[in-house]
Design a protein around this ligand. Structure first.
Ligand code: FNR
Length: 186
């Protein structure tokens, strides 16, 4: 069984990106399990806090979840044509060393998707992630692309995905990534 962890980069209860991640969960296919999490509880990165108290508990807990997975799915909003600070901040914390834990990013299979109410569906923030991921030494999957535009017409008020074509695209994306992760694991 391939274990994937999806992280939504939005803290909003009504987040389109969290809704996208939830919609992806049942579509991972027979040989894969997609767990979902958000970034609630991660403090702002502060080097003084790190020096005096070490890795915050919420960061350590997220690191442990990433380490327990075989591949990471970043579900990213786009702010001002880039990666939202909340998400980048979390990844910055996650990139810092924690005694007793290995690097969570090096060689880890990673894929990126995202949703936006606008017309370009996070194309800029997904591109922005590439330079961050390259620095972290992850193993990006480029076998598919998924940029969900006009998100307010794609998700119902309760967050349910109401677009069958997108459901198909999402299933193809997640299953393609899961196959990549399985091959990397073998
Ligand atoms: C946005 N939004 C946005 N959307 C986009 O497609 N490109 C952009 O550059 C921006 N810029 C931007 C900046 C800031 C500060 C905010 C708060 C918002 C809109 C954004 O896509 C929208 O708020 C989404 O709903 C955010 O994702 P979640 O929270 O729904 O997952």
């Amino acid at each position: 069984m391939v274990k994937l962890l999806g992280i939504s980069g939005s803290l909003r209860a009504q987040s389109f990106n969290t809704a996208l991640l939830r919609a992806a969960q049942p579509l991972a296919g027979a040989g894969a399990q997609l767990d979902a999490t958000t970034l609630h509880g991660i403090p702002l990165y502060d080097g003084d806090l790190e020096q005096s108290e070490g890795t915050p508990a919420a960061v350590r807990a997220l690191k442990e979840r990433i380490l327990a997975s075989d591949g990471l799915l970043l579900v990213t909003p786009e702010y001002n044509n880039g990666v939202p600070g909340v998400f980048k901040n979390a990844v910055d914390w996650l990139s810092r060393p924690t005694p007793g834990l290995p690097d969570v990013f090096h060689d880890r299979p990673v894929a990126v998707i995202g949703a936006s109410p606008g017309g370009f569906g996070t194309i800029m923030s997904q591109t922005h992630w590439l330079q961050v991921l390259r620095t972290l030494g992850t193993r990006q999957w480029h076998g598919g692309r998924l940029m969900v535009s006009r998100a307010s017409s794609v998700f119902a008020a309760d967050g349910a995905l109401q677009d069958d074509k997108l459901r198909q695209q999402l299933a193809e994306f997640v299953q393609g990534f899961a196959a990549f992760v399985a091959a990397a694991k073998a």
